[in-house]
Design a protein around this ligand. Structure first.
Ligand SMILES: [Fe+2]
Length: 258
């Protein structure tokens, strides 16, 4: 008689959890002619080496100085065409799949309803050029609608940003939960004071701060940071890493007659 053997029942297999992680790369605030060329080249090299599946620009790819409020009628220091052209060249070099407009592009939309026909026409033409560029790149273009604008990447919001203070990363995290933004040009990571412990990532800018005359009278400009973000994301998660580009320290010239 064969001995009775007890076979242990096979353990039921738990369903495999497969999360398809992909790589992303993003920048904010290149501001056309104000771009820091060295940092921009380094950012593009970083993107190329990283080979992301998804790339985004968080806005302020143009500076639109000609459309800033309070600009004098005869102030020719910020012509429209070179600003727009270089802003769009940067987009074509970056090849993003998502282009968010920032508060600087939003000036164009604001002037669409200008009572000055020439200004309204110029802003209309500029917006058309931006749309055409996005279409050529097969990118999603998102108009700036202040606190309401953005797109989700995993469980993080991508947005240009609206808060402008030293606690912007914390405040943005408290507004949205996990969030990746630019706007203040200053790299920061802040935690929101909420039960879900959200994180705000401010990814800085890619501008040459000493060349931006309208920001020359503020101490905070010295904290501006050339940087970009890259990382991994899946359907319900996102792991950002901010890369800071080392900037040369501006030196003051010696006194001529000393
Ligand atoms: Fe900006």
């Amino acid at each position: 008689m064969r001995p009775l053997t007890l076979k242990r029942a096979a353990k039921p297999k738990s369903p495999a959890i497969v999360r398809g992680w992909k790589r992303f790369f993003g920048v904010s605030c290149t501001h056309a002619r104000h771009v820091d060329r060295d940092a921009w080249r380094a950012a593009l090299k970083s993107r190329s080496d990283f080979a992301p599946h998804f790339t985004f620009h968080l806005g302020d790819f143009c500076d639109t100085g000609a459309f800033r409020s309070g600009r004098g009628e005869n102030d020719g220091s910020d012509p429209v065409d070179p600003d727009l052209t270089s802003g769009l060249v940067h987009l074509r070099e970056l090849e993003p799949q998502l282009i968010l407009c920032g508060n600087h592009e939003q000036r164009l939309w604001r002037y669409l309803s200008s009572r000055n026909d020439i200004v309204a026409y110029a802003s209309h033409q500029a917006i058309n050029c931006i749309h055409r560029c996005a279409s050529d790149l097969h990118a999603e273009l998102v108009e700036y609608t202040g606190i309401w604008s953005g797109r989700m990447l995993g469980n993080h919001l991508l947005t240009h940003g609206t808060v402008y203070n030293v606690n912007a990363a914390r405040d943005m995290a408290e507004m949205y939960g996990n969030v990746i933004f630019g706007h203040t040009h200053t790299v920061a990571i802040g935690k929101g004071r909420r039960i879900d412990n959200p994180t705000g990532y401010n990814i800085g800018a890619l501008v040459s701060a000493p060349n931006m005359d309208y920001a020359a009278n503020r101490r905070q400009t010295m904290a501006w940071t050339t940087a970009w973000v890259r990382g991994e994301y899946c359907d319900n998660d996102c792991r950002p890493e901010i890369i800071i580009h080392r900037q040369p320290t501006p030196s003051m010239p010696p006194a001529t007659h000393a």
